[in-house]
Design a protein around this ligand. Structure first.
Ligand SMILES: [Zn+2]
Length: 84
C-alpha cells in the first residue's frame, strides 16, 4: 500500500468517532473519499457521514451505503421469492 495523503487530524478524528460509535473503529482506516479509494484500487471508503437512511457505514464504488445495499438486496430477494 502506498502512503495515503493525510486528511488532517480533525477530519480523521471525526471519522474515527463516527466509526467507533457504530462499534467498527477500523472503518476509520478505510480511504476517506471515493477519489482516494480509486487511487488505491480499493472497493470501499468511509466518510463517517450519514446516508439517506441515516446509517453510518462504508460506501462502495457506486457511493452506495453498504447497509443500504444489504436492505436493498434482501428486499430484492423477498420480492422475487413472492413472485415465484
Ligand atoms: Zn444506508
Amino acid at each position: 500500500m502506498t502512503h495515503r495523503e493525510f486528511e488532517g487530524w480533525d477530519e480523521y478524528n471525526r471519522r474515527l468517532t463516527a466509526a467507533t460509535s457504530t462499534g467498527n473503529p477500523y472503518w476509520a482506516q478505510l480511504p476517506q473519499s471515493e477519489r482516494v479509494m480509486l487511487d488505491e484500487g480499493g472497493k470501499l471508503f468511509f466518510t463517517g457521514k450519514l446516508c439517506m437512511r441515516e446509517h453510518i457505514s462504508p460506501r462502495d464504488a457506486n457511493r452506495c451505503c453498504t447497509q443500504c445495499n444489504v436492505i436493498n438486496m434482501r428486499a430484492f430477494y423477498d420480492r422475487r421469492a413472492n413472485v415465484v
